[in-house]
Design a protein around this ligand. Structure first.
Ligand code: G3I
Length: 480
């Protein structure tokens, strides 16, 4: 515990130092894009709202890291800029999995994994290596091989030696073993469990320690966020590994959550692992909702991102939180859970959602009046005229708070495939169904009680249902 406190104190000092150098966080934008000003806020040169908090700095001041899963091929443009500015840990979503790096035996492809590690080093970020031993995304030659315990153990430990060895000293945390349990707490019958038996986890951890002594070694699983049969099995595994002297440094709670179902025992569960003598991380956080989300759902999602982040902050051995994709345009949810999505803190157009501000608030940020409190803006959306494939709409934003809004971005999603073709009194951009309307120079300020109105022409086919939810600078508005 003492060491932990020291580590946290050191983090705070470093965070403070990095903020002072040059009066900016420019060291965090090694891509040279210069998307920060002296306050560490977005400078408006891309599509994001001004006055965004910087999650990595807020997290550092709380002694944790804030991370995101990334797709290596997307680490450019606005996506890359946000990853570099906002997060101080990255996890390759797929690029370090066995099937990605050794699709055929003895033939390696490190391009994606190398790109992620290089990006992290250029942006002063930690890397969560994900993952060395997992039943899924295995190459066929492993999953369909005919193995004895000895032959598969050798193949597994060779794989760990090769991959963890390649990145020795450059990976902060390795998810050495991923998803070893069934929901009832019994062992999943993976090829490793079946051929090698229970000891494969200890074998994998020892091989990882030998390959990269500095990396913190984790076992990672889903549906282990609350106290339940599966997390208790994980608890008992860690206890037994520690008793045997097997190197295990932490447990990863993936946290693929459903809106309204954050376990009430989350913090207690983190604490019981900490009390066992291991670190904990939230490794794959997302909170899915039905789509399109309503204003109320976005507000609830904000509260839940805040609660999960706060649970990590509250336990000193919780090292950090990683979101599984920071933008809805890079999330696995819509592919796997039809009808669900909107699970991440940024929308598909890289606009911060209420969830993003929930994270920031859990990390101690307050908006200083730039962003109205929830419900403190009211949006009126009116279709003024409509013809066979087109329509004209008008949107009025009223500031119902007592603080002035200085610069605004109104975001919404089209429910029926509409598309904005031309706008006035705002700059409107659209990506997929996600729309964001940013103020013009002359209507950036909205005084308390005042309104601004902008309009646009759009195209539609099939239906022209009105959007049900709007956010102003990431805060949900009431809709009339
Ligand atoms: O790369 C191919 C592409 O060439 C092809 O055209 C396309 C067609 O479907 O598939 C692409 O591969 C997909 C890959 O993601 C990259 O996008 C796979 O089909 C798809 O199955 C794979 O899904 C990944 C999933 O793990 C596989 O189980 C997700 O991106 C990834 O986010 C997800 O991550 C897992 C964690 O590793 C462990 N915990 C659960 C989490 C969510 O499933």
């Amino acid at each position: 515990m003492k060491l932990q406190s020291l580590r946290r104190a050191a983090s705070v000092t470093l965070a403070a130092a990095s903020l002072v150098i040059g009066g900016a966080v420019s060291g965090r934008t090694a891509d040279g894009s210069g998307h920060t000003d002296g306050s560490g806020q977005a400078n408006g040169s891309d599509q994001r709202a001004a006055a965004a908090p910087v999650l990595r700095d807020l997290a550092a001041a709380k002694g944790i890291y804030y991370g995101t899963a990334v797709t290596a091929s997307k680490l450019t443009g606005t996506y890359g800029t946000i990853v570099g500015e906002q997060f101080d840990s990255i996890t390759p979503g797929n690029e370090m999995k066995w099937g990605s790096v050794e699709p055929t035996r003895g033939s390696f492809n490190w391009s994606g994994a190398d790109a992620v590690v290089n990006y992290a080093e250029a942006h002063a970020q930690k890397v969560r290596g994900h993952t060395l031993v997992w039943h899924s995304q295995l190459p066929n030659w492993v999953s369909n091989g005919s193995w004895t315990a000895d032959t598969l153990r050798t193949v597994m430990t060779d794989h760990i030696a090769t991959e963890a060895g390649r990145y020795q000293g450059r990976i902060d945390h390795w998810d050495v073993v991923n998803e070893p349990f069934n929901e009832d707490g019994t062992r999943r019958q993976s090829v490793f469990q079946t051929a090698i038996g229970d000891s494969y986890i200890a074998d994998a951890l020892r091989a990882a320690r030998a390959a990269d002594p500095a990396a913190k070694l984790y076992v990672n699983d889903y549906n282990v966020e609350g106290v339940n049969a599966k997390s208790t099995a994980l608890y008992n595994l860690v206890k037994s590994l520690k008793e045997q002297g097997v190197p295990i440094d932490g447990v990863g709670l993936q946290a693929h959550l459903i809106l309204g179902q954050v376990p009430s025992t989350l913090q207690a569960n983190i604490q019981r692992f900490a009390d066992l003598g291991v670190d904990v991380a939230i490794t794959e956080l997302d909170i899915r909702t039905t789509v399109p989300p309503t204003t109320a759902q976005l507000a609830q999602q904000k509260a839940e991102y805040k609660a999960v982040t706060a649970a990590c902050v509250a336990v000193s051995r919780c090292e950090g939180v990683t979101v599984w994709g920071f933008t809805d345009s890079d999330s696995w949810i819509p592919d796997v859970f039809p009808g669900y999505g909107a699970a991440t803190p940024y929308d598909e157009n890289f606009q911060p959602k209420p969830a993003y501000y929930g994270i920031a608030e859990a990390l101690g940020w307050t908006d200083g009046g730039t962003n109205p409190p929830a419900g403190a803006c009211a949006v009126t959306y009116t279709v003024q005229s409509q013809w066979n494939t087109g329509f004209t709409a008008q949107v009025t934003i009223r500031n119902t708070s007592t603080a002035a809004v200085n610069g605004w971005t109104l975001a919404w999603s089209w429910p029926a495939g509409q598309s904005v073709t031309q706008a006035w009194n705002a700059t409107v951009t659209q990506s997929g169904s996600a729309v964001s309307a940013a103020n013009a120079g002359y209507n950036a300020a909205i005084a308390p009680g005042a309104s601004v109105t902008f309009g646009f022409n759009g195209s539609w086919s099939g239906g022209n249902t009105a959007p049900t939810a709007f956010t102003l600078n990431g805060t949900a508005c009431t809709v009339s």
